[in-house]
Design a protein around this ligand. Sequence first.
Ligand code: SF4
Length: 343
Amino acid sequence: MMKLFSPDRVIFEPKSLDYPLGRKIYSYFEGTSTEIIKAPIQKISSIIPGTTEGQKYASGKKTLVVAVKKSLKFDVCKPSADFGFSLVTGCPASCEYCYLYTTQSSKPYLRTYVNLEEIFDSVKKHIAQNNNRLTTFEVASAGDPLAIEHITGSLARTIEFFGALDNARLRVVTKFSNVEPLLGLKHNGRTRFRVSINSRYVIKNFEHNTASFDERIEAASKLAEAGYPIGFIVAPIMIYDCWKEEYLELLEKLRSRIDTGKSAEPVTFELIQHRFTPTAKKFILERFPNTSLDMDESKRTLKWGKFGRYKYVYPKEDAAEIKGYLTSLIEERFPDAKIEYFT
Ligand code: SF4
């Protein structure tokens, strides 16, 4: 069973304790084996121990920083939503292919924000700026808020906040399965929960410290049962021996466990093929020297991305095969589902 995350150390930015949530998190850790430290943001990196890249990475992943979110202007978050904001950045998992490695420091700690009311005000401002049209917000583009929900409770508050907003929708994505506290919330169908899912092989070999294949499907099943609009992010999709059999197994499992009748909204799928940048490959090889991730450039093709960075993706024919195969698996089992994109 997935163990709930417990950090080795929690670092409070002094101002965070001016907020009720900051104090709540402080009480949560008082008297536990987690070391409590108060320090300004500039000191954090020197407090987290580690000499080798591997040690720094491991101790970063076991550190939670409690902070106040200063910049309240949200980024545009295409293709998944109009805007993205964070309750939490980083996550305690160690996926070998993680797309965040290149933007994080060598000590990728988790950070949670305590000024929820200010964040909620900013959500309202962004809707107003959008002329009060229906506006979608992604809350998990820079981290996995469910991973530390047992410590913060902020995802639950955010779901209920959106539940009371007519012209906004929230989108969450997770690789964790501790969904019980969210099942009874007044979400009003306005939060779409996407479970990040993959074949057994990918989850077992590359997604360390996350919920297992079966746990995630059970979590999705409970969320669907509780009336949340449901989605699946199948990512990163990889080609390996037996990939077709295993993605078939995945879709079969989803079909048998997900009741699509509880929400008026269609089930959505987002399909993302595996990709890597040269910088990410360097990080991955440092942190996981024995990785079996396939990062052989000669079997890939270059694709230019945002900001002039390029990445390696599957060649056109392979990408078309992944897209065609996954699309047919989905359409046969979820005829009303919406495939939002393949990239
Ligand atoms: S769960 Fe997401 S953010 Fe966390 S390590 Fe895995 S890919 Fe990265």
